[in-house]
Design a protein around this ligand. Structure first.
Ligand SMILES: [Zn+2]
Length: 115
């Protein structure tokens, strides 16, 4: 099945081409070029509710292309300027929760028992 114009959206990386945004088996968004390409390593299909899904054909254990799927190229493979954003840096506040040696500075001394 070929995606229609309504299924396409502008490239999220800003190259002004239209792409098909699919959902991978892991629930991630993957932008692919909407025109089937024999060199592609990604299979796309539309599920019952109408969501475009994708899966990789690259692994040795990957199923071959099925009759209802089309072979396409991931958009980042055909548009060199469109790379996914690098992973976000760690949030500064999270360092406070990582394990570190406990400091005794600034603590009150234990009370001494007196008889
Ligand atoms: Zn792009």
């Amino acid at each position: 099945m070929i995606p229609t114009k309504h299924d396409l959206e502008p490239c999220p990386y800003g190259c002004r081409r239209t792409v098909l945004v699919t959902i991978t088996g892991r629930g991630r968004r993957l932008a692919v070029d909407p025109i089937p390409d024999e060199r592609g390593n990604t299979a796309i299909w539309r599920d019952g509710p109408g969501t475009w899904r994708s899966r990789s054909l690259a692994g040795t254990d990957a199923m071959p292309l099925l009759s209802y799927e089309d072979r396409v190229m991931p958009h980042v493979a055909t548009s060199p300027a469109c790379h996914p954003a690098p992973p976000a840096p760690a949030l500064p506040g999270l360092l406070a929760f990582t394990a570190r040696p406990r400091s005794t500075r600034g603590r009150l001394p234990h009370p001494r028992r007196t008889r």
